[in-house]
Design a protein around this ligand. Structure first.
Ligand code: NAP
Length: 256
């Protein structure tokens, strides 16, 4: 059964990791997918993979922290595919990992510009298409770090906490338009983002990964597909009564 047949989805940060897997899964389930990212080669390759497996996908270069680009790309997507029904606000960065008192204003702003402003710009420019279509689903990628602290990555925590509450507030603002807005809170998922954190860690990649595995009661970090299935569910009409909710997919991390 195809679960999002005929819908148009925009996935930000769709070239790698969680975004890539979400774009591929949405396409496999019948959505026309706009794969957007700043990594053009990898993004083009995701769109090609979608086309080669019989789906509909196209790549657009999109830096979500630039409102002018967001407005232009969303206009082009709606022109190409007819509308926008699903928005996966996935693009994000980890940012600096220093204690709060050592972070510069520029380092702080860099994370907020992408992780918060990006979600704002994309939501702002997707909503009019969803209103016109009579509804839609917006899925915001927060994190376990938007729910609990971990004594690291201060601007990342701030940004993901903001995304969690932006989700609930937008859910209320747009409920009357039949636009559902939900957040997903992944535990550690083995993606290029986490691999980079592991490589830069003082203990080295293997020890870092073992340490992460042990922090999840299920005994290991997750895979991008674990999150993509959550995206697919929230995007589909199976979730038609779900809005303002937070879907935690974390191997038990926040249950402790
Ligand atoms: P990833 O492997 O780094 O992939 C994210 C993609 O988004 C990359 O291609 C990245 O490019 C791109 N990107 C960065 N800034 C962008 C911008 N301004 N505009 C458009 N694209 C941009 O990350 P991931 O691990 O899949 O994470 C995806 C989302 O899940 C993020 O919001 C992250 O915070 C969240 N999340 C991840 C985990 C995890 O453990 N992996 C856990 C909780 C939440 P660059 O490579 O150039 O940065």
């Amino acid at each position: 059964m195809k679960r999002v047949e005929g819908k148009v989805a925009v996935v930000t940060g769709g070239a790698l990791g969680i975004g890539r897997e979400s774009a591929l899964l949405l396409a496999r389930h019948g959505a026309k997918v706009a794969v957007t990212d700043i990594n053009d080669e990898e993004g083009e390759s995701v769109a090609r993979e979608i086309a080669e497996s019989g789906g509909t996908g196209k790549y657009w270069h999109l830096d979500t922290s630039r409102e002018d680009s967001v407005a232009r790309v969303f206009t082009e997507v709606a022109h190409e595919f007819g509308s926008i029904d699903i928005l996966v606000n996935n693009a994000g960065i980890a940012g600096v990992n220093k204690p709060t008192h050592e972070i510069t204003a520029e380092e702080w702003d860099t994370v907020l510009r992408i992780n918060i402003n990006g979600v704002f710009y994309c939501t702002k420019h997707a909503v009019p298409y969803m209103q016109k279509a009579g509804g839609g689903s917006i899925i915001n990628m927060s994190s376990i770090y938007g729910i609990v602290g971990a004594a690291d990555l201060p601007p990342y925590h701030a940004s993901k906490g903001a995304v969690r509450l932006m989700t609930k507030n937008d859910a209320l603002i747009y409920a009357g338009d039949n636009i559902r807005v939900n957040s997903i809170h992944p535990g550690f998922i083995w993606t290029p983002l986490v691999e980079k954190l592991a490589r830069e860690s003082p203990e080295g990649l293997d020890a870092f990964r073992r340490g992460l595995d042990n922090r999840h009661p299920l005994g290991h970090v997750g895979e991008p597909e674990d999150i993509a299935y959550g995206v697919l569910y929230l995007a589909s009409d199976e979730a038609k009564f779900i809005t303002g909710s937070e879907l935690v997919i974390d191997g038990g991390y926040t249950a402790q």
